[in-house]
Design a binder for this molecule. Structure first.
Ligand code: GRF
Length: 185
């Protein structure tokens, strides 16, 4: 049984789908939901699934406190699901090819510093793209540059707004992220 930790900073709708997916699994267990925001809604969602939660500050993370926690919990895989802080190198090195992130666009487009949340969908809209999508990738020491393991796309029309783009992207994320994680384990 693999032990997974989810790191998330916000609402956690992806975390919700992942927890639901693995609830009865014999392959993996969501052993921890950790957040850098004490009021993140993802923590409420974790309680609903009776998954233990943990909160930490950026300073804690940079000092290695989060890494110690993940080690103490015998975590095998780290899932980033809307986690907004840059991961320290020591943390990525501790989970080589065992840390996965979801990005709400078709990388290498719309990736890199500052490209998160609504900024991504606004940039996609401003560029007049006819499609967007999701990218699931392994995490390395540079933003959004780890090995891509899965992409899925969705068509856009000129009627789409950043909000409707976000909805389409979320639907793709919810559909694919849990099963792509399962395939990686
Ligand atoms: C998702 O769009 C994900 O791709 C991005 O942050 C968002 C998190 O949404 N990295 P939620 O908190 O899972 O609802």
């Amino acid at each position: 049984m693999k032990r997974l930790a989810i790191l998330a900073s916000g609402s956690g709708s992806n975390a919700d789908k992942i927890m639901a997916h693995f609830q009865q699994s014999e392959k993996a267990k969501i052993a921890l939901v950790a957040s850098n925001k004490a009021d993140a809604f993802v923590l409420e969602r974790a309680k609903k699934f009776e998954v233990p939660t943990y909160t930490f500050s950026r300073k804690d993370m940079e000092a290695g406190v989060l890494l110690e926690k993940l080690k103490a919990e015998n975590i095998d895989w780290v899932i980033l699901a809307g986690f907004l802080l840059k991961i320290p190198v020591a943390l990525t090195r501790a989970f080589p090819d065992r840390m996965v992130n979801i990005h709400p666009a078709l990388l290498p487009k719309y990736g890199g510093k500052g490209m998160y949340g609504s900024h991504v969908h606004e940039a996609v809209k401003a560029a007049g793209e006819t499609e967007t999508g999701i990218t699931i990738h392994l995490v390395n020491e540079n933003y959004d540059e780890g090995k891509i393991v899965f992409q899925a796309s969705t068509p856009l029309t000129s009627e789409d707004t950043p909000d409707s783009i976000a909805e389409k992207v979320h639907a793709l994320e919810h559909k694919h992220f849990p099963e792509v994680i399962e395939g990686l384990l």
